[in-house]
Design a protein around this ligand. Structure first.
Ligand SMILES: Cc1cc2nc3c(=O)[nH]c(=O)nc-3n(C[C@H](O)[C@H](O)[C@H](O)COP(=O)(O)OP(=O)(O)OC[C@H]3O[C@@H](n4cnc5c(N)ncnc54)[C@H](O)[C@@H]3O)c2cc1C
Length: 391
């Protein structure tokens, strides 16, 4: 039986592990974190193609919350547009628990940080930071945006800062003030201002609960931040600590910029997180017996709502190509030819959706005139493009 070594035990790595096991490979997943990754993360927008791919690995559950409508709110709380449609959103931890629970624990190795790899006559040899090694016929790099494997394959590829950050928050829905709950719960909602965008949706509770009152509400608030100066200031709190956003400034800005429901939501958030928005695209997904998947291969801006669907789609496409051929090198080349155009389109789509958020872009900081901007949020943002971008 051929052996596959997967580096990274998050969503891309676990799904690659599951798909490759079903395709008859002897798979081992190596994750640098010493602890299980559950109990982390926020909301995840899902695409139908992702659930279909997971069903192909025998995972037929869809842990998540069914939303019924999208709404765009104006700053004064009035509704600028509304669109009725079912969509499923979930949380990172619910998805991780599902994948992790289905993967054989004896094949999932925590505390194993990979330093690099060497090509061998039969395939690849991994080098770990603790001096150990492992050999296999295939190396799958699912080690995320800072991938050590991509760093070795393509050292010139680096994430590019988009000119803005996202503040993220997660609040148990019972802790939202009643007026905010009435406006936001069970909907995918937005509120925009020049060069800014707020969005939110309901996700499962921290133990995966999907019942009303036991779930959480998740927001993502995009705001411009200059890379060298403002970004550093945003990360400085009252005590001079550099790992938390400046909460009082955040509250004041929420009151001045967002609808009343969103301002209350921001104030109800105990520990907001800050994420600089970057993207990158590796020009090759494959080199010899090595394949890059998930964020290691490319990261689209989060407006696509497809990062996780893409990661799982990459893993499914890789396993499908390998199932159809005994020649690993040839299968990897087919995987790249099929997948790279889809990924490239997704990265470009993310740039297009986020273009007005970059303060350096020309224009007044609104997407394309208010009516069209509202329509884009209701019908285009965070959806699979032309049915295939998130395959
Ligand atoms: C704990 C966690 C929470 C997240 N929460 C969210 C969220 O709430 N919302 C959202 O949209 N996205 C979230 N993400 C990112 C999201 O998982 C990815 O953008 C997307 O699903 C693609 O996943 P990935 O597996 O390619 O990359 P990642 O999820 O980034 O996983 C990469 C994995 O590789 C491991 N790794 C890195 N380097 C090495 C190495 N040298 N050796 C061994 N292992 C290595 C990392 O520890 C990590 O577990 C989260 C990621 C993590 C790790």
């Amino acid at each position: 039986m051929k052996r596959a070594l997967v580096v990274g035990g998050s969503l891309a790595g676990l799904s690659a592990g599951l798909f490759l096991l079903r395709a008859g490979w002897d798979v081992h997943v190596f994750e640098r974190s010493k602890d299980d990754l559950s109990d982390q993360g926020g909301g995840i927008v899902t695409q139908d193609a992702m659930w279909q791919a997971l069903a192909g690995a025998g995972l037929t559950g869809r842990p998540g919350v069914q939303l019924k409508r999208r709404i765009v709110y104006a700053r004064d709380g009035s509704i600028l547009g509304e669109h009725r449609e079912d969509e499923t959103v979930t949380s990172w931890d619910a998805l991780y628990r599902m994948l992790h629970g289905a993967f054989p624990p004896e094949r999932y190795h925590l505390g194993r940080e990979v330093e690099g790899y060497d090509e061998t006559a039969e395939g690849v040899a991994l080098r770990f930071t603790d001096g150990r090694t492992a050999e296999g016929e295939l190396l799958v790099a699912a080690d995320g945006v800072g991938s050590a494997i991509r760093g070795q394959m393509h050292p010139e590829v680096k994430p590019v800062y988009a000119g803005y950050v996202a503040w993220r928050g997660l609040v148990p829905e019972g802790e939202l003030p009643a007026h905010a709950r009435a406006a936001l719960v069970d909907a995918f909602s937005f509120c925009t201002a020049p060069h800014e965008q707020m969005l939110s949706y309901t996700v499962p509770g921290d133990d995966g609960e999907e019942g009303f009152g036991r779930r959480r509400h998740n927001f993502v608030w995009y705001r411009p931040a200059e890379e060298k100066t403002a970004l550093r200031d945003l990360l400085t709190d009252e005590d001079g600590e550099t790992h938390h956003p400046n909460i009082p400034a955040m509250h004041a800005h929420a009151d001045a910029t967002l609808s009343p429901a969103y301002a209350a939501f921001v104030r109800a958030t105990e520990k907001p997180k800050l994420q600089p928005i970057n993207d990158h695209l590796c020009p090759q997904l494959v080199s010899g017996r090595v394949a890059l998947i998930g964020d290691a291969a490319a990261q689209a801006r989060p407006h696509t709502g497809a990062g996780t669907s893409k990661a799982i789609g990459d893993a499914a496409a890789l396993a499908a190509a390998l199932r159809d051929s005994d020649d690993v090198g040839e299968a990897l080349r087919r995987f790249e030819a099929a997948r790279l155009p889809i990924i490239r389109e997704m990265v470009e789509h993310g740039r297009w959706l986020g273009r007005h958020l970059d303060p350096n872009e020309p224009g007044d900081g609104t997407a394309e005139g208010e009516d069209q901007a509202v329509d884009t949020l209701l019908r285009v943002a965070a959806r699979a493009k032309d049915g295939n971008a998130a395959e």
